[in-house]
Write a protein that binds this ligand. Structure first.
Ligand code: CS2
Length: 491
């Protein structure tokens, strides 16, 4: 079958929207590190919306690991389809904002040259939590991280996003070119600060003069939100039928999208506000709300749902007891910890989240969300637990989410079948918990992971007892029975 490309673009069925600007005029203004499905369904769409206004904000998408995205997109001139769907219908749109794709391990020089180019004014990132090479509990750079050590020794052939950023900034400093603006789009609290902190520390380890230049780099924080499950072969097949041409890597998502950004871009930015981006002086209240309500619920329902046999989020939501558990978690335990947001109705936000989780047309796998729990839990559940402790308030549902992760990350499901656990700490967790059956010992083993729990939680007797209790219930009755008990508890 013919491919989606600049050449086939004019011949697509009329129902499919296509770029409203001349692609030949688009030049790179943004280098994006980590060009996965999320970027292509979120920031790239907001950018595509306003490229007609200023075509100098095209995107160069960089993969830091595998060539798959480039291999799919380069033969299609960077074009891909965005399929937006809910229970009621779907729309298809071809996005044209990605005009170049690079694979860092194949050609680090090409990436560095692009980043150092004066036309590049923003370097944005979706490299997931673990891509920051930081200690998740403290938010500081892990000086002993293997990628950090590698990049300090090979500054011109970096591996990590941090190594690329600092080397590109060094080249700009040497050439007398102003620094680009850094734009973290990962699910981390104060993501701009975290990024600035790790980049600054890395620069300090390299050279004090470079550190002085890096100290002035703008790194606004952002809250990003859109649910984007991994694309399946069934999605590809259905989209090819609708398009009449092949698209090797479309992205599939929900109608909802939100982007709240701190407005600090010394070298300018696309007019994203025209596409609905909300610019605010301070993002942290939005970010805490989203991380704790959406992502905290997501992780809890992913671990509980996976253990109870649910493949997708919508399946997990349909399990008896899941909805009351998640609603109770959001309303009773998370919401009281959130900083006030003037004019924002939390009850509406929460019920919208339930509807989004229930979206029957998105096959968002619980396994996908369950990945990298050690990197996610601190900002999704543990910070909330700390706030509840300080307020002398209960946190039973939050602790159940953490206990379900502890069950899951050991690597065996309820039938004793191996789980494919993807987590940078998976090996250590397996070693720490090997042969243990006693919930108390398992909890103690996990709590020794100070980069997840930090000392305060490790020492807290109430937290430990809550975990042991929840884990014991999961062992004795199983996740499905534990969930249905929540139907009765909330009734
Ligand atoms: C999810 C997020 O995979 C996960 O951990 O919780 O990717 C979630 O879908 C997004 O943050 C929604 O904005």
């Amino acid at each position: 079958m013919t491919k989606l490309s600049n050449e086939t673009l004019p011949h697509l069925p009329e129902t499919i929207s296509t770029p409203d600007y001349d692609r030949t005029k688009v030049t790179v203004g943004i280098v994006h590190l980590g060009i996965g499905a999320f970027h292509r369904a979120h920031q790239a769409v907001f950018t595509d919306d306003v490229l007609a206004r200023d075509p100098s904000w095209g995107i160069c998408g960089v993969s830091l690991r595998s060539p798959e995205t480039r291999d799919a997109l380069a033969p299609q001139d960077g074009l891909y389809t965005l399929k937006v769907q809910d229970g009621e219908g779907e729309t298809l749109r071809v996005i044209g904002g990605v005009v170049e794709t690079l694979v860092a391990p194949e050609n680090p020089q090409a990436v560095l040259m692009r980043m150092a180019d004066p036309a590049t004014r923003i370097v944005s990132l979706t490299v997931t939590e673990k891509g920051y090479c930081h200690n998740p509990a403290t938010g500081m750079l892990d000086d002993d991280h293997p990628d950090v050590l590698h990049d300090l020794q090979n500054p011109e052939k970096p591996r990590s996003a941090i190594g690329f950023i600092v080397e590109a900034l060094a080249r700009r400093q040497a050439a007398g070119v102003d620094a680009f603006t850094l734009l973290s789009c990962d699910n981390l609290p104060s993501n701009g600060h975290v990024l600035k902190r790790v980049v600054s520390r890395f620069a300090e380890l390299r050279d004090p003069e470079l550190a002085a230049f890096v100290a002035d780099v703008a790194s606004p924080s952002t809250m990003i939100d859109r649910i984007v499950p991994a694309t399946t072969d069934a999605d590809r097949a259905a989209i090819a039928v609708a398009l009449g041409v092949d698209d090797a890597w479309p992205v599939v998502t929900e109608p909802f999208r939100q982007w709240v950004v701190q407005d600090h871009f010394p070298l300018g930015r696309p007019t994203w506000e025209e596409a609905g981006v909300v610019f605010v002086p301070e993002v942290s209240a939005f970010e805490t709300m989203k991380l704790r309500l959406l992502n905290g619920s997501h992780s809890t329902l992913a671990y509980m749902g996976f253990l109870a046999g649910a493949e997708t989020v919508a399946d997990a939501m349909a399990l008896p007891g899941m909805r009351p558990l998640i609603e109770g978690l959001m309303r009773e335990e998370v919401s009281p910890t959130l900083p006030p947001l003037a004019g924002f109705d939390l009850a509406i936000y929460r019920s919208a989240l339930i509807a989004r989780f229930n979206n029957p047309s998105l096959r968002h796998r619980t396994w996908q969300i369950a990945m990298d729990g050690s990197q996610k839990l601190p900002q999704r559940l543990l910070g909330t637990i700390r706030d509840r402790m300080r307020a002398g308030a209960s946190y039973d549902r939050l602790v159940l989410g953490v206990a379900a992760w502890m069950y899951y990350a050991r690597g065996f499901d309820e039938a004793g079948k191996a789980i494919d656990v993807r987590d940078p700490l998976a090996g250590r967790i397996a070693a720490l918990t090997q042969g243990l059956n006693d919930p108390e010992k398992i909890v103690a083993a996990y709590l020794s992971l100070t980069e997840v729990f930090a000392d305060d939680l490790e020492r807290d007797a109430g937290f430990r007892a809550g975990l042991v209790e929840a884990l014991s219930r999961l062992f004795s009755t199983g996740a499905a029975a534990e969930l249905s008990a929540w139907t009765r508890r909330s009734a």
